[in-house]
Ligand binder design. Structure first.
Ligand SMILES: Nc1ncnc2c1ncn2[C@@H]1O[C@H](COP(=O)(O)OP(=O)(O)O)[C@@H](O)[C@H]1O
Ligand SMILES: [Mg+2]
Length: 334
């Protein structure tokens, strides 16, 4: 597995513009150095085709915005590529790879281990946990660390302390350190978004996926959230985020991908995309009366169940590694 080339020059806006300037402005266009490549992902719910993506490439080291009207399939797409949902096209050629590694036959925890993480809204269960415990949970995708089990396994104590130190550093960065023993449920809307981001960073991802990171955040914190997202990019991370506010999209995206009715209908630089007739159509043709909201359709209980499954999987995988692993371990195929 090759380490991402540190394109530190991508901190320079000119360098990013130059990098993307040669990229075709058509759906599915090739990128100079794609970190995520997706082919033939279809997800149907009954008669509805929620996602139908032929081909998509996401450029490494830049910020890509995924936009589109409510119901376009953005959240479902995130769930699919991170292993929290399965494409209905699984047997007919759906495949995607991240940083050179096939991910379509892999579990959500293996996806996280490969370096691609998405943020989750704080569910009821997570609200009842402290800020610190939420952070510790965020480490589990990477290391198979689980709160209850880590208490039982002295071997893991050192690792747990390391994880705790890392959690504290991240909390300090996001100005949440003094809240570490508070219940996550007591945080403001903006602080919750910061915690979601901090938690995702516990697994040292190469790419972070943010689903409406500004939703419900007061304007004073929006600026700080934007700053954090840009810093992640400046540190070499790839960012893929869903956002409705076009000012935000324009302000921080290096590239914009537009979805409508499950399909990628346009790609390009922010200003070019916004004046593209296909994009205007997609927005005007959409049903503005339905606000599905972030993760609204993944019922909270379902999501909690999935997160629990994810924790259990991560733990099982960690154990199989501890015991020498197994040759057929699905997450480690090249
Ligand atoms: N669990 C589900 N069951 C049935 N339909 C769903 C489910 N999740 C999403 N959908 C449908 O898939 C489509 C895309 O939804 P979604 O991915 O949430 O869109 P977006 O995030 O772009 O607003 C919508 O028509 C929605 O009704
Ligand atoms: Mg959504």
């Amino acid at each position: 597995m090759s380490e991402a080339p540190v394109q530190s020059d991508l901190r320079d806006p000119e360098a990013r513009r130059a990098l993307m300037s040669g990229v075709g402005a058509e759906p599915g266009s090739a990128k100079p150095d794609s970190i995520l490549t997706v082919d033939n992902i279809v997800r149907q719910f009954g008669g509805i085709t929620a996602v139908d993506v032929d081909h998509l490439e996401v450029q490494r080291g830049v910020i890509t915005a995924l936009i589109g009207p409510n119901g376009a399939g953005k959240t479902t797409f995130f769930n699919l590529i991170t292993g929290f949902d399965r494409p209905t096209s699984a047997r007919t050629g759906a495949n995607w790879s991240f940083d050179g590694k096939r991910l379509d036959k892999t579990s959500a925890s293996s996806v996280a281990r490969a370096g691609m993480v998405r943020t989750f809204q704080l569910t009821k269960a997570l609200n009842r946990m402290t800020v610190m415990d939420n952070m510790m949970l965020g480490a589990s995708g990477q290391r198979g660390e689980s709160l209850s089990v880590s208490m039982l396994r002295p071997l893991w104590r050192t690792q747990e302390r390391e994880i705790e130190t890392k959690a504290e550093e991240l909390l300090a960065r996001f100005k949440l350190l003094e809240k570490k023993d508070d219940y996550a449920g007591s945080l403001s809307g903006g602080q919750r978004k910061l915690l979601e981001m901090a938690r995702a960073l516990m697994s040292d991802p190469k790419m972070i996926m943010l689903d409406e990171p500004m939703a419900g955040v007061n304007p004073a914190l929006t600026q700080s959230l934007l700053g954090h997202i840009q810093s992640l990019r400046d540190e070499g991370m790839t960012v893929l985020f869903v956002e409705h506010d076009m000012h935000v999209v324009r302000h921080i995206s290096d590239w914009v991908v537009v979805m409508a009715e499950g399909r990628i209908v346009a790609e390009g630089k922010a200003d070019e995309v916004m004046s593209n007739p296909a994009v205007v159509d997609a927005y005007l043709g959409a049903h503005h009366d339905t606000d599905l909201g972030d993760d609204a359709l993944l019922q909270e209980e379902t999501l909690e169940e999935k997160i629990q499954e994810y924790e259990a999987e991560a733990l099982a995988e960690e154990r199989s590694h501890d015991h020498g692993g197994s040759a057929s371990h699905e997450g480690e195929q090249k």
